[in-house]
Structure formats: structure tokens, C-alpha cells
Ligand binder design. Structure first.
Ligand SMILES: [Zn+2]
Length: 285
């Protein structure tokens, strides 16, 4: 190819940046509010440690607040839409601000009274994880998980369509992704990297055998069928989505309409701060 007919290096780099900023995100878009540009934490940062920045004093491990809540932290594993562990997740933990964790404890109490338990897929998400999603978005050839997580949506549209966003409310520490499981929960088969994918939009019994109740799609299913109010979701799956929404809104959480699993604590203590400490016990005070 003639170099004289190609855009300049600077122009190509700008194009890449514009595509990434317009397009990408992470697991979940936040409903509101969001700053005009991605930014590092805006609050005074805690002093750095050997492992990176630390969490403020009011961040907690959810398991310390309510050990009865189940966890399935997908971004610490290969079973997610990227297909490998995501940067910033050295441990499969749910970290949240204490007010959000306490509210979720009340959700769990109400859920247990109805024969269900909360299971969380993702909680606080460091900015470095979102940056990892951005980097992944620049690699159009890496689509090994497409058949399960975005079978009918082009990778280049995931972000423009709002399934992934940067920055994400998750980085503010009071937003989480969750589902409901029966009590006691069924055994969930382990995920084997490379196993044949099944579309997250497939009926229960065909898609990945998550031990949750039927929510109409799998988790992180980037498809209109995952929109909370999608009219094609009826029967038990509709009832389960509504139960989750009722339980969560009663304790101050707000759903993101494009993802049945994504909830933001509306009284979040850090509405404008995007943290970057790793998801690890050592990040907590
Ligand atoms: Zn989310």
C-alpha cells in the first residue's frame, strides 16, 4: 500500500481514539449521571501502596456485611464477554461502599423471605478494568466469546448501543450486577475455557447452566432481549425480573433499562468519583 495514500499516523491514531471513546465501555453502561469525559478519580486519592491505590474507609467486602449473598465474579475469570480475566480483578470479590452493601443486605433479607437469594456478578469495577475493555474494543479480531455474549450484535456496536460504557458507574463503588438464585442454589457447572459457546439468548436448559432463576437471558447478554422490559420476556422470566426490580427499588437501587442485572444505588456516596484500586482485600482499609 502506498504510504502517500494513507492517512497520517496522527490522523490514524486520532481515529482510533475517537472510535474507542464513541464506542466502548464495560459490562454495563450507567444510566446517569456521567461526566463529559473519562477521568481519573476526582476526589483526593488515598496514598498509594505496594499494590496500587487504596479504597476509602467506607468501602467494604460484601461478604463481611452479608456472608449469605452468593458471588460469581465473572471478570476475575475467563467466563465473560472478553474471554479472559480482566485487569484489576486479582481476587473474585464484591467490593462496595458501605451504604450500598448495607442496602443490599436488606435486599437479601427480603429475598430470603421469598425463597430466593441474591447472587452478584460484579460490584465495584476499577477504571483499569474499563481501560482493559477499551483496549479490547480496538482489537476487532478478538471475538472468541461473541457466540455466547453478543450473538446478534456486532462488536463494533456494543458500545454505541449502550451495553458497555466508559466511564462506568461501577467504578464509583455503589453499582452492581446481580441476579436471584433458588434457596439452596443448584450446583453450577464450572466453565471450561474453550468449551462450545451457546447463545445467552437461548432458552434456559440450552444456554450456560447458570444456577440462577430464569431471567430470560444469561448475564452480560448484549442483546435487546436483555432489556428489562422487553415484551418478548414473559411468564416465569418476566416475574423473576419484576421480583428483582421490586426488591432492589424498595432499598434505593435503580435499574438500567437495557440490562436486567444492573442496579445503581441512588444515594451513592461518590457520585462523581471513579476509583482505580484493584479488586482485592489488600485494597481495603
Ligand atoms: Zn453493570
Amino acid at each position: 500500500m502506498s504510504s502517500g495514500r494513507r492517512p497520517s499516523g496522527a490522523a490514524r491514531r486520532l481515529a482510533v481514539v475517537l472510535v474507542a471513546v464513541a464506542a466502548v465501555g464495560a459490562g454495563c453502561q450507567q444510566p446517569a449521571p456521567r461526566p463529559p469525559t473519562p477521568s481519573p478519580p476526582s476526589a483526593p486519592s488515598p496514598p498509594p501502596s505496594a499494590t496500587g491505590p487504596r479504597a476509602p474507609a467506607d468501602f467494604v467486602a460484601l461478604s463481611d456485611v452479608d456472608p449469605s449473598i452468593h458471588t460469581d465474579i465473572r471478570y476475575a475469570t475467563a467466563h465473560n464477554f472478553v474471554g479472559r480475566p480482566i485487569a484489576g480483578y486479582p481476587e473474585p470479590l464484591c467490593l462496595l461502599t458501605r451504604p450500598a452493601a448495607e442496602a443490599l443486605r436488606r435486599v437479601q433479607a427480603a429475598a430470603l423471605a421469598e425463597g430466593r437469594s441474591v447472587k452478584v456478578y460484579d460490584c465495584y469495577r476499577p477504571q483499569r478494568a474499563v481501560d482493559d475493555f477499551v483496549a479490547w474494543a480496538k482489537l476487532p479480531g478478538e471475538q472468541q466469546m461473541k457466540a455466547e455474549f453478543y450473538p446478534d450484535v456486532a462488536k463494533s456496536k456494543l458500545f454505541a448501543d449502550g451495553y458497555v460504557g466508559t466511564p462506568t458507574a461501577h467504578s464509583r463503588g455503589s453499582t452492581l450486577d446481580l441476579t436471584l438464585v433458588p434457596v439452596p442454589p443448584p450446583t453450577q457447572p464450572g466453565y471450561l475455557p474453550g468449551q462450545p459457546p451457546v447463545a445467552c439468548t437461548a432458552p434456559p436448559g440450552q444456554r450456560f447452566p447458570d444456577n440462577s432463576v430464569d431471567m430470560g437471558t444469561g448475564f452480560d447478554c448484549f442483546d435487546p432481549l436483555a432489556h428489562t422490559a422487553d415484551a418478548r420476556v414473559t411468564g416465569a422470566a418476566r416475574a423473576n425480573r419484576e421480583l428483582l426490580r421490586r426488591l432492589m427499588t424498595a432499598q434505593g437501587f435503580q435499574n438500567y433499562p437495557r440490562e436486567w442485572w444492573h442496579y445503581q444505588f441512588t444515594a451513592e456516596p461518590y457520585p462523581r468519583t471513579y476509583f482505580n484500586f484493584p479488586v482485592a482485600r489488600s485494597s481495603l482499609p
